[in-house]
Design a protein around this ligand. Structure first.
Ligand code: FAD
Ligand code: UDP
Length: 392
């Protein structure tokens, strides 16, 4: 058996950042990954046409956290990319119309005649102030009838149908922090994110992960599910039948770790439909959201994200959101945050709490809607603590 003092399950951002930080702190890390590749949901690879695609949906790195940016920048250079998204909706005259998302002052001017747009802008700025972000649920509470009518317009043209497709229910019935990710923005800044550091790894995410995991203190084992080697049925964690008292960091789904003993935690999954076209470019923006019709939520054209130069050929992905049923090959992408689901998660977390050397980290293991940078930040903070404890 290899000699290791740290076991990490999952080679996505959570697991890989921990592996590197702990290996640099002198730990001997065994990193297990059930898939046949590293990178988790950020994994990218060329498709059969040679276009670099994101296998699990488009990933744009953005953060205000300098520590995270500096840490990841050791393993990649960045393509400076500012993400923009258009909503594509029927124009009511048999054609289609596009406007920026998040809905902003430019969207307002596209959606309404000039005089009406000017009046609404004046009102909004007087009420909230310039460059402010207002969630759709807050905007809908505004007592001014004209602002309320605008809120209805944004709700029906941007949020209600898209949210129904993505979550199977309306914006009022999901965690308010979710729609708050895409607020109405009283600005002419058409970027999707305003974070200081934004971009894509120059050679892709997989290359970033390869460099991050290239350390003598890290042993990587792909195609290995934790359930094949870990046993949590007793008082001590067992690895391949032997008690393991080193650190265990688990980044997979918590219900799966305990064999679904308390029932399944609900998630949304996605189906991806990839397409390749003989064209340089097929849509106006890297991502176009279909907010009022179409069965898919959005289409992303990868070359616009990655900046890859490949004349005459381009690939896109359509995303279809579905209830996760645990069918073979289905991947749980989004925890469904709600008081009831959080309570079930808390019961699993209590089971996990029995093992002092077990640490839960990541979107699935923590049942939280984290972006990549938040996961990397949490991974670095956890490693700080583990290294401090072991050295102190
Ligand atoms: P994951 O990436 O899911 O990694 C977990 C890894 O653990 C996986 O490789 C999995 O195979 C492995 N694993 C799980 N269970 C086991 C087991 N039992 N045994 C062995 N291995 C196991 N974030 C952004 O910042 N910007 C974006 O633009 C963005 N876009 C997104 C688009 C989509 C469609 C989705 C779904 C997410 C997006 N995210 C984005 C979020 C981002 O994917 C997550 O923040 C990030 O992947 C979290 O990393 P993680 O390591 O927690 O999880
Ligand atoms: N949303 C929406 N219309 C849009 C974009 C987002 O209704 O055009 C809502 C929807 O509920 C979505 C949430 O806002 O799930 C968060 O969107 P975000 O783009 O942050 O989701 P991600 O794809 O990053 O998970």
């Amino acid at each position: 058996m290899e000699s290791f003092d740290t076991l990490i399950i999952g080679a996505g951002f959570a697991g890989a950042v921990c592996a590197r930080a702990l290996a640099e702190g002198g730990k001997h890390v065994l990193l297990l990954e059930s898939r046949n590749h590293i990178g988790g949901n950020a994994y990218d690879c060329p498709d059969s046409a040679g276009v670099l695609i994101h296998q699990y949906g488009p990933h744009i790195f953005h953060t205000n956290d300098k520590r995270v940016y500096d840490f990841l920048s050791r393993f990649t250079a960045w393509r400076d990319y500012q993400h923009t998204v258009a909503a594509n909706v029927p124009d009511g005259k048999g054609g289609r119309q596009e406007f920026p998302v998040p809905f902003n002052l430019v969207s307002l001017e596209t959606a309404f005649p000039p005089e009406k747009a000017r009046q609404l802008e004046e009102k909004l700025l007087a009420c909230y102030g310039p460059e402010r972000k207002v969630t759709i649920l807050d905007l809908r509470q505004n007592p001014d009838p004209e602002i309320a009518a605008l809120a209805d317009y944004v709700y029906s043209h941007v949020f209600v149908y898209y949210t129904q497709k993505q979550w199977g229910t309306t914006p009022e019935n999901i965690d308010p922090n979710t729609t708050a990710r895409v607020p109405v923005f009283l600005s002419r800044d058409c970027r999707y994110f305003q974070d200081t550091y934004q971009g894509l790894p120059k050679d892709g995410y997989t290359a970033l992960f390869q460099k991050m995991l290239d350390h003598p203190g890290i042993t990587l084992r792909l195609n290995t599910d934790a359930s094949q080697v870990l046993d949590l049925s007793g008082d001590t964690i067992r690895y391949e039948g032997e008690p393991f008292r080193g650190t265990v960091i688990y980044t997979g789904a918590l219900d799966a770790l305990f064999g679904f003993a308390l029932g399944a935690l609900p998630y949304r999954t996605l189906e991806f439909q990839f397409e390749t076209f003989s064209a340089d470019q097929v849509q106006s923006h890297a991502t176009v959201n279909y907010t009022m019709d179409m069965p898919y939520t959005r289409i992303t054209e990868f070359k616009q994200l990655t900046g890859q130069v490949l004349p005459g050929i381009t690939s896109t992905v359509k995303e279809f959101s579905r209830a996760y049923e645990g069918a073979p090959g289905q991947i749980p992408y989004y925890p469904i945050i709600s008081p009831e689901n959080n309570a079930l998660y808390a019961r699993y977390a209590t089971l996990a709490g029995k093992f002092a050397n077990l640490h839960l980290l990541g979107r699935l293991a923590e049942y939280r809607y984290y972006n990549m940078d938040a996961i990397a930040a949490r991974a670095l903070a956890l490693c700080d603590k583990l290294l401090e404890d072991s050295h102190g």
